[in-house]
Design a protein. Structure first.
Length: 260
C-alpha cells in the first residue's frame, strides 16, 4: 500500500497525543495496524535482550539502526513510545516501509518539557492529571449517526479493535460525517482498517470511519455535518460494515454516549 506525500505530518499535528508531548491529539486507533504477531513478538523479545540501547527515551533524541524484520510498531514499543512520533520525527512517507540499516531518530519525551519543571513534585502532579471528556450536552457539537444499521460491536476502552462501534449495513451504503470538520486522513495505508477516513472536529475531537468501499473526500478537505464522505464496504472486514471511532484529546470515548 502507498501513502500520499506529507500525510503523516498533517496527521500527527491533528490527532491523539499524550501529556508528555506538545501536539494536539492522536489516537490509539493507529497503533493497532502495527501490533505484532506472536512470531514477531518472540523475535522482538530476543531483540530487546540483545539491544542494550532499548530503553525509554526521556531527555534526548537517540539514533536507532533498523534491523532485519523490524517494524515501526515494534521499535516504538521497545522504546516505550508511539510509532507515529517516530514517523513524524523522521518524516517517513510510509510508516509501513522501513529498511535494514536505516537510521531512525527516536524522539525525546522529556518530563521536564511536559511539566515545565524537573522537580519530583511537579512530575507527580503531571502524571496524576486525567483527561475527562465532556458530556454530550457540553461537547459543543451536535453529533449525528454516520450510517444506518444495527450496532454489531460495542465500545470497549481496552479491547483491541473495540475502541469504537461497528454498524452493519450493505455494500455501497452512504457514510456521512458525524459533525462538521476537516479531513486529516483518507487512504488505506493502515493495516486492519481497510479504506479509512479520519476527521477532526473543532480542537479536541476526532472521528474515524473504517472498512469503506469507496472514499469520496481527500486530506485537507473541509466537510459539513451529514456530508457523504464514503460508501460502505468490507475492506479488512468479514462483511459490509462501518467501524466508527471517536477520540477526545487522544483518548477513546464511547460513541454511543455522544450520538443521539
Amino acid at each position: 500500500m502507498t501513502m500520499r506525500k506529507g500525510i503523516w505530518h498533517a496527521f500527527v499535528l491533528t490527532v491523539f497525543c499524550t501529556g508528555t508531548v506538545s501536539c494536539s491529539f492522536l489516537p490509539d486507533i493507529l497503533v493497532k495496524p502495527f501490533e505484532s504477531s506472536p512470531t514477531t513478538q518472540k523475535r522482538q523479545a530476543t531483540q530487546k535482550k540483545q539491544a542494550k540501547s532499548c530503553y525509554p527515551v526521556r531527555d534526548r533524541d537517540i539514533v536507532y539502526v533498523v534491523r532485519k524484520g523490524d517494524t515501526l510498531g515494534e521499535i516504538a514499543e521497545c522504546f516505550k513510545t508511539r510509532w507515529y512520533y517516530i514517523s513524524s520525527r523522521n518524516k517517513l512517507k510510509n510508516p509501513n516501509v522501513i529498511r535494514p540499516g536505516q537510521k531512525l531518530i527516536i524522539p525525546a519525551r522529556s518530563t521536564k518539557a511536559a511539566t515545565g519543571t524537573s522537580s519530583g513534585k511537579a512530575k507527580k502532579k503531571g502524571a496524576s492529571k486525567l483527561v475527562r471528556p465532556p458530556t454530550r450536552a457540553k461537547s459543543g457539537i451536535a453529533w449525528i449517526w454516520p450510517a444506518e444499521g444495527k450496532v454489531i460491536r460495542k465500545f470497549s476502552p481496552k479491547g483491541s479493535g473495540k475502541q469504537g462501534i461497528s454498524i452493519a449495513g450493505k455494500m455501497g451504503q452512504k457514510i456521512k460525517t458525524a459533525a462538521s470538520g476537516k479531513v486529516v486522513y483518507s487512504g488505506e495505508g493502515l493495516v486492519g482498517y481497510g479504506r479509512l477516513i479520519i476527521v477532526q472536529h473543532q480542537k479536541d475531537f476526532l472521528t474515524a470511519y473504517a472498512h469503506n468501499d469507496r472514499l469520496l473526500v481527500k486530506e485537507g478537505q473541509s466537510v459539513k455535518k451529514g456530508q457523504i464522505i464514503a460508501h460502505m464496504g468490507k475492506t479488512a472486514a468479514k462483511s459490509p460494515r462501518l467501524h466508527f471511532e471517536m477520540r477526545y484529546k487522544g483518548k477513546p470515548v464511547n460513541p454511543l454516549k455522544y450520538l443521539p
